[in-house]
Design a protein around this ligand. Structure first.
Ligand code: ADP
Ligand code: NI
Length: 207
């Protein structure tokens, strides 16, 4: 049976939705959908990378994430291989998707070789979704899931404001593509605006 691209994407969406059911609100289907749409926009603007590989990789980027997977299943790529083989994706494209999934899970990991255009784009899309208004919403959601403080003025305990400095404010400088750098600049400004207002309300509630 020959499947067209639309059928393939539908099947992959179904697979992702059913495997993400137990994730927190920052890692739910809508995160995946935003990353997919952003990644396809980046592809259009940058004019490089294979669109099908990008869409599949974005949809599957959080499958087998270390935070949600039994140790033995992490990063073998076998779930993705059996899904994509069953949908008639050629092994060359499947291995690209598996590679992107593996590298994104170890996002802070070592650099092994020249990253593909598809990886650079999907990683940018995933990082863009961690900043701006949505990034802020996701951070407070995840911080709540961890039972962290909103803010710890002494900086001794883990807090979601602390996470801005640990990660979110650094992402702007880690973008791969020029298009993502431009979007990240805007979203970064919003993080700063939010922090200013947060500190103002925290320190001077009466003014
Ligand atoms: P990704 O989904 O890009 O791989 P993570 O899994 O590290 O990123 O984080 C998912 C979301 O949760 C991101 O929006 C990130 O900023 C947020 N997050 C991760 N760790 C924390 C933390 N300690 N406190 C608050 N938010 C966090
Ligand atoms: Ni993600």
């Amino acid at each position: 049976m020959e499947m067209n691209t639309g059928d393939i994407i539908c099947k992959v969406e179904e697979f992702v939705k059913s495997s993400l059911r137990n994730h927190d609100g920052g890692h739910d289907w809508w995160h995946i959908d935003r990353v997919r749409r952003l990644a396809l926009k980046l592809q259009e603007a940058e004019g490089c990378g294979d669109r099908l590989v990008i869409e599949l990789s974005a949809l599957l980027h959080d499958i087998d994430d270390m935070k949600f997977t039994e140790r033995d299943d992490v990063n073998t790529g076998n779930k993705i291989r059996s899904l994509l083989d069953g949908l008639g994706i050629c092994s060359h494209d499947t291995e690209k998707v598996v590679e992107i999934n593996r590298k994104i899970s170890f996002s802070s990991g070592k650099d092994d070789g020249v990253p593909s255009d598809e990886f650079r784009i999907v990683q940018d899309a995933d990082r863009l979704d961690a900043i701006g208004a949505i990034g802020i919403a996701r951070a407070f959601n995840y911080g709540g899931f961890l039972n962290n403080n909103l803010y710890d003025p002494a900086g001794k305990n883990p807090s979601t404001i602390g996470h801005f400095y640990d990660k979110l404010l650094k992402l702007k400088n880690l973008m791969n593509t020029d298009t993502a750098k431009r979007i990240a600049d805007e979203r970064h400004k919003f993080l700063e605006l939010f922090l200013n207002e947060f500190y103002k309300e925290w320190n001077r509630p009466d003014l």
